[in-house]
Design a protein around this ligand. Sequence first.
Ligand code: SAM
Length: 335
Amino acid sequence: MIPLADRFGRVATDLRVSLTDRCNLRCTYCMPEEGLAWLPREQQLTDDEVNRLIRISVETLGIEDVRFTGGEPLLRRGLVGIVRAAAQLEPRPRLMLTTNGIGLERLAGPLREAGLDRVNVSLDTLDPARFTALTRRDRLADVLRGLEAAAAAGLTPVKINTVLMRGINDDEAPALLRFALDHGYQLRFIEQMPLDAQHQWDRHTMVTADEILADLEPYGLLPDPVSRGTAPAETWLVPGHVDAAGEPARVGVIGSVTRPFCGDCDRTRLTADGQVRNCLFATAESDLRKLLREGASDDQLAEAWRVAMSGKRAGHGIDDPAFLQPARPMSAIGG
Ligand code: SAM
């Protein structure tokens, strides 16, 4: 096994697989109201192609964690079968899913049965009117039912991902944490990144990790004694609370912009159309779909993947004056 190493000594063991660029929400900070020009079906990897690339990544390249994302991965028809195939690999990777939760009520059980280990559900507000304004869809109730179904199916710990935006939901950090604590979910705040299709992100107005932590001061958060390792979230203990498993309750902040963690990054990404990206913010991609459809062997695909990762830059460079936002928005990369 020759792993996915780069020039800076980092080794990728965590694969993010986007299963579709489509979504059933239109979050204002992610996609325009009319949606985007979706990938033509023939450009999207088939289920067999996705399964093959995941197999190569696990068997040949040392991938240990596979996270399915999108777009909205629950919209992918073959999702349960893809999860089942991944769960049969040796060594068995940990399998996760990032979803907006719509449809999870129906799919949580089958996904768990197929081998999914846990889910992250994105939820930016608990207020139904705000939810509708922010996502341009009246679906908060579906998301809340999806969260409950995930917990009931054992996709635990259920994590919630929240992006706070100034003047929109930046007053909700304490209430979201209260909600998560009451239900035994683990909450993670994610700093907003320059990955929106509309290119409206503004460094000066984004809500920072420091602000979020200041808002949570009444909870008396304590530093987490457990090492963060390569996890993107810095975590804190919430005194006086335990999670659904009886462990001390935690809250996390992913400070991608103001507290970057590129030096510890262990991720590699595969888009729904078969492009390897060595960073969320990469401006270049490596086309595995073309190689695969031209008849490349497993070894040739693995080697192309290694070459793609070896060129990973030291950091995402958001603060660099020459920073260029990638051509693809978050929904088409896989968040
Ligand atoms: N549809 C799925 C979901 O909602 O989780 C998966 C894809 S979505 C792009 C993944 C995550 O990226 C969501 O939690 C979303 O809030 C987050 N996201 C989207 N645009 C973002 C941005 N510009 N900065 C930070 N996070 C963003």
